[in-house]
Design a binder for this molecule. Structure first.
Ligand code: SF4
Length: 499
């Protein structure tokens, strides 16, 4: 593999402008808050619709009256994005399980034709950024380069993107700026070149410490490159980095999984993401394998692997703060928490989704269509100038409510029931609690309190009784998280009966 050297690169202008106040080598110690790109609406299927009994026993639970729908819409519209996701779609080749919008460029990434493709794409991306008219002048607090394999894009092109972004939207000095990076695409000097541009976090897709499994997945790197990449990360002293692994791979044994977990911990990342393999339509894996059938692990094995990851990583000092994510103190992904908190986010690039003023908008996922879309959007005659998607209707109150349930229940912070009642009404909150009660009695749901540990079904009474003094609800780890789809489906069914 050839890795370009970029030690002569100059910091991008936005980073130079903030040098005096930024200490990129000092990890943040505060507890801070991408989809997950692998999370999302598609995870939940609606189950049976349970009876929602009249909630007389809830009369002692003071749930605030909701503001009017108009107020809600106004609040939603006032909440302006301070985050941006940028899609960089290039990969050496396409992994057998991947359904992301990706351009496979081959293993010779320094070839002129590949570099030219990247330059052309970055030009297009910058055109999109420049054509957007931001809604306000609030600077960006998080910037996330996802892909694809963004670490294939040379630092001089990354500098161009960051400069354009800073010029048009401004990036605040303490912003979290994340780059997804794969082993075999960078070394320590290249990583330092990215850091010189202001990138202060990387998310590295290792996926497995088993050479055979890396091959079976069609990963473009081998184990030797994984260990070299870990060395490069340590040599670079980047303040925060995440290591991604995947469970549920074909022929993954429990021994191999324990080995991967141990090696992940030995690498000492500040954050670990543990994704369970989803067999996506249209991928080679979908042609070769059926979910739940050999050689993929069955449900019991999948559950055992999930529980082993949760226990092993927590024993090693990682907080299990979202279904698939673990962090050392102060190293939660701020960008991903924007998604999980249903906060707005700009999107740029091939197939990128944005969520602005309550409206979701996905850009075309094929390169020719994206190119045409940017040309139309940036045209002086364009009727859709401003922010893409604003001409379409916002998500309904019901859609926002279901998103809130699904995304917030996937986090350790859980669902704040008083805010939920305030936003969506006391009746919705009571119905949600009624649907959660049997799972609380089974130990899958916990009451969340301010300043003390969550509580389960003790002599303190029902979930409703405990919530009188609690802040909200969360799913228990690991069993509640494991059954999150089932539990969330029950809440959805209860809420679907709302007038
Ligand atoms: S490296 Fe990541 S984005 Fe690229 S093909 Fe593999 S899984 Fe997909």
């Amino acid at each position: 593999m050839q890795v370009a050297q970029h030690s002569m690169l100059k910091p991008s202008s936005w980073f130079r402008s903030l040098q005096p106040t930024t200490k990129l080598c000092t990890p943040s110690v505060s507890n801070l808050d991408r989809g997950s790109k692998r999370g999302g609406r598609g995870l939940v299927t609606l189950g049976r619709q349970p009876e929602v009994p009249a909630a007389n026993h809830l009369s002692n639970l003071t749930l605030e009256c909701p503001p009017s729908t108009l107020q809600q819409q106004q609040q939603q519209q006032q909440q302006q994005p301070t985050s941006a996701y940028l899609h960089l779609p290039f990969c050496k080749r396409k992994c057998f399980y991947c359904d992301f919008p990706v351009e496979a460029v081959g293993m010779k990434t320094e070839a002129q034709r590949v570099q030219q493709r990247m330059q052309d794409y970055v030009k297009l991306l910058c055109k999109e950024i420049k054509a957007m008219q931001p809604l306000n002048d609030a600077p960006l607090k998080t910037v996330y380069f996802g892909g694809g394999t963004p670490s294939l894009v040379p630092p001089d092109l990354m500098a161009r993107i960051l400069d354009t972004l800073h010029h048009h939207l401004r990036i605040e000095p303490q912003a979290e700026v994340t780059l997804e990076a794969d082993p075999g695409t960078f070394d320590a000097p290249r990583l330092r070149a990215y850091m010189d541009l202001g990138i202060n976090r990387i998310s590295m897709g290792v996926q497995s410490f088993d050479e055979g499994l890396l091959k079976a997945c069609g990963r473009p790197h081998d184990l030797r490159e994984v260990y070299r990449a870990i060395e490069a990360v340590h040599a670079s002293t980047i303040p925060s980095w995440s290591l991604d692994i995947i469970s549920g791979l074909p022929r993954l044994s429990m021994d191999s999984w324990r080995h991967t977990l141990q090696e992940a911990i030995h690498a000492q990342p500040s954050h670990v993401s543990v994704y369970d393999l989803q067999v996506e339509e249209g991928t080679p894996f979908a042609r070769w394998f059926s979910p739940g059938s050999a050689p993929l692990p069955d449900d019991d094995n999948t559950a055992t692997m999930y529980a082993a990851a949760s226990a092993t990583l927590q024993d090693a000092g990682y907080e299990h703060y979202e279904v698939s994510n673990y962090a050392r103190p102060g190293h939660r992904s701020q960008h991903n928490q924007v998604y999980w908190r249903c906060l707005p986010c700009y999107g740029f690039g091939l197939g990128a989704a944005s969520y602005v003023e309550g409206r979701r908008f996905s850009r075309p996922a094929s390169m020719p269509k994206y190119k045409q879309w940017v040309e139309d959007f940036a045209s002086p005659d364009s009727k859709s100038r401003g922010v893409p998607g604003l001409s379409q209707p916002p998500d309904s109150q019901e859609e926002r409510m279901l998103d809130a349930v699904m995304l917030r229940l996937r986090t350790a912070d859980g669902l704040d029931m008083r805010s939920f009642a305030s936003e969506y009404g006391a009746d919705a909150a009571r119905r949600a609690l009624t649907a959660l009660e049997p799972h609380f009695q089974d130990g899958l749901v916990l009451a969340v309190h301010e300043g003390r540990a969550p509580t389960g079904p003790t002599n303190l009474g029902s979930l409703h009784d405990q919530l009188v003094n609690a802040r909200g609800v969360r799913l228990a780890d690991p069993d509640g998280f494991l059954l999150s789809n089932h539990i969330i489906s029950d809440v959805f069914a209860a809420l679907s009966a709302l007038e």
